[in-house]
Write a protein that binds this ligand. Structure first.
Ligand SMILES: Nc1ncnc2c1ncn2[C@@H]1O[C@H](COP(=O)(O)OP(=O)(O)OP(=O)(O)O)[C@@H](O)[C@H]1O
Ligand SMILES: [Mg+2]
Length: 257
């Protein structure tokens, strides 16, 4: 028997799934319910965007699903693995082996070159780098001429391309991005989104991205809308205009429409 959730990914295997996921910060009067029984699937080989007002729980959801943060109740599955069954070390290993991250602040090590930054996670894990794959990723993000540069010698857009290449290089089962284009001008942002889109289309990569930007969300196959820690809507094959309209709707009707 298959379990259906209200916001299930259609006709595709599930790369990650949250079921009745809740996250409560603090206690008593200062208690904040950041996630309130969220059930959502992220389909394999799909590009999913997470949107919603500031404070709606987007980053919290991403961090909990990616195994970066603990949760209060419910469950999270990456592939076939329930995160709650893992000990700390196993969780670290799962994050390292199966998940790629791209953050708003590119999180590159300043003393390393672009190439060293890209291969760092694999070097730490003691994993052999697939050279052919690495070349393909580097050429896709257009960094071939910049590999020996350090982050300070690269533009913001180039630094984020290094972060995208780093996330793709280990062939993770799923890439999570928290506003990966938030610090970029619209042209560099469009480039990075194009690379993510390509990695989904051509490499079958699974991508989950938090964004405030309807244009960024329009690169996704599907948008999940959060409000007050709950999933309140979703949209397939989004266009920037439809996403913008939906967000205006939130503002007009309040957050728990
Ligand atoms: N460490 C923390 N301690 C207490 N409350 C927290 C903590 N982290 C987040 N919160 C609260 O949880 C709620 C959800 O936060 P979260 O960062 O997930 O929002 P978000 O949707 O990512 O917002 P933004 O768009 O501003 O990044 C907010 O009300 C926030 O204040
Ligand atoms: Mg956030």
């Amino acid at each position: 028997m298959t379990t259906t959730t209200p916001f299930a990914a259609h006709a595709t295997a599930v790369a990650a799934r949250a079921t009745d996921l809740s996250k409560v910060y603090g206690q008593g009067e200062t208690q904040v319910v950041a996630l309130d029984r969220v059930s959502v699937d992220f389909g394999q080989g799909r590009f999913t965007a997470i949107m919603g007002p500031s404070g709606s729980g987007k980053s919290t959801l991403m961090h909990c699903v990616a195994g970066l943060d603990s949760f209060s109740s419910g469950s999270v599955r990456i592939g076939e693995t329930e995160l709650s069954t893992l000990k700390d070390k196993q969780l670290t290993k799962l994050r390292r082996d199966k998940i790629g991250f791209i953050f708003q602040a590119f999180n590159l090590l300043p003393t390393l070159t672009a190439l060293e930054n890209i291969t760092l996670p694999m070097d730490i894990a003691g994993r052999k780098v697939d050279k052919q794959w690495l070349e393909q990723v580097i050429s896709m993000v257009g960094l071939a001429g910049r590999l020996s540069h350090r982050p300070t010698e690269l533009s913001g857009g180039q630094q984020q391309r290094v972060a995208v290449a780093r996330a793709l290089a280990s062939k993770p089962e799923i890439i999570f991005g928290d506003e990966p284009t938030g610090n970029l001008d619209s042209r560099s942002g469009a480039e990075v989104l194009g690379f993510l889109r390509n990695s989904v289309r051509e490499l079958g990569q699974t991508v989950v991205m938090v964004t405030h930007d309807p244009v960024a969300a329009s690169y996704a196959d599907r948008v999940i809308f959060l409000a007050d820690g709950r999933v309140v809507d979703e949209m397939h094959q989004p266009s920037a205009d439809r996403v913008l309209d939906r967000m205006k709707d939130f503002d007009a009707k309040g957050r728990t429409s």
